[in-house]
Design a binder for this molecule. Structure first.
Ligand SMILES: *Cc1c(COP(=O)(O)O)cnc(C)c1O
Length: 306
């Protein structure tokens, strides 16, 4: 389990005083040199189970920018477990080299199967996907984004009792697994705030099935139009954030969350206390892929790469 042995609580870095608020960032992005952040937290116990049960193949799902696919491919390579990625969008079959993430996964030995979006939406209930799974009699399926009970357990280890002094803990939300883990290990005196990275109102119902605790809130006002959508104001904010703090953010999750937090504080809408801990969940492998897309649209580019 060498790749996962680096897991300790990661460093807390202060941004200083922002409009009267003390902001600290937990640098989960620095956990692993290649693939960072919450995806390794989520995979830790899953891989442990796979190794204990002697399962040779892991099969999972993701899009062409997926941090989860990149993390699964890396962990699989490092631990000698074959990985298969079912990719959203048949069109990628012919142009894997154009996706920095998919290219990376392939180099790590992940076998990729690109399927039409309509079929992908049904995941393992689709006949086509069932056929793929049948070819691997002994496999472990991991849901999209890696969210399942063992992943939530891994994410509950992000917070440390030393973090209980913060009034609020912030993270970005995709499937909600990371957010759930944080809620579980939070002190009931603090509020855990999740910033939706996509238009996904049903995530709230999912969280309600996962926890009895009530010290949490979800903000969905800063999705920038949806998953992996950006605009110049977001990119420009991320560039100045990097210039000032030397902390790279990713455009899909953490960039939107920091934009939201700064905006809410500046406009006096922040209501969750003055001592704020923000979880940097990583995702930096997606920056160069996003820049390629922005370039095609002649839009503003991120000034830094991983
Ligand atoms: C996947 C991801 C998230 C979302 O995590 P969920 O557990 O799916 O909500 C947040 N930040 C980054 C950088 C990610 O890669």
């Amino acid at each position: 389990m060498k790749i996962f042995d680096t897991f300790k609580s990661s460093i807390n870095q202060s941004l200083g005083n922002i409009y009267g608020h003390s902001i600290v960032i937990k640098r989960e992005d620095l956990i692993h040199p290649i693939v960072s952040g919450n995806k390794f937290r989520k995979l830790k116990y899953i891989f442990k189970e796979v190794i204990d049960d002697n399962i040779p193949v892991i099969i999972t799902f993701g899009g062409a920018f997926s941090n989860h696919l990149a993390a699964t491919a890396t962990a699989g390579k490092s631990l000698g477990i074959q990985t298969l990625g079912i990719v959203r969008g048949e069109e990628w079959k012919k142009k894997i080299s154009q996706s920095i993430t998919l290219n990376f996964c392939q180099k790590k030995g992940m076998h990729l199967i690109c399927i039409p979006r309509k079929i992908y939406a049904k995941k393992e209930t689709a006949l086509e996907v069932k056929k793929i799974l049948k070819k691997y009699p002994k496999h472990r399926l991991i849901p999209e984004g890696g969210t399942e009970a063992l992943a939530i357990k891994g994410c509950s280890e992000i917070l440390d009792p030393a973090d209980f002094g913060f009034d609020s803990v912030c993270c970005s939300i995709g499937t909600g697994g990371t957010f759930t883990g944080l809620i579980q290990s939070s002190s009931s005196k603090q509020t855990v705030i999740g910033f939706n990275a996509l238009n996904n109102p049903s995530v709230k119902d999912y969280i309600l099935t996962q926890t009895q605790k009530t010290n949490w809130a979800i903000n969905s006002d800063y999705t920038f139009g949806g998953y992996a959508k950006t605009d110049n104001s977001l990119i420009s904010f991320m560039n100045s954030f990097y210039k000032q703090y030397k902390i790279p953010l990713d455009p899909i999750y953490t960039g939107k969350m920091l934009f939201a937090i700064f905006d809410l504080i500046k406009t006096h809408k922040w209501k969750w206390g003055k001592r704020i801990l923000i979880i940097h969940t990583g995702g930096l492998q997606g920056i160069s892929g996003m820049n390629l897309q922005l370039q095609k649209k002649n839009a503003l580019l991120l000034s830094y790469q991983k």
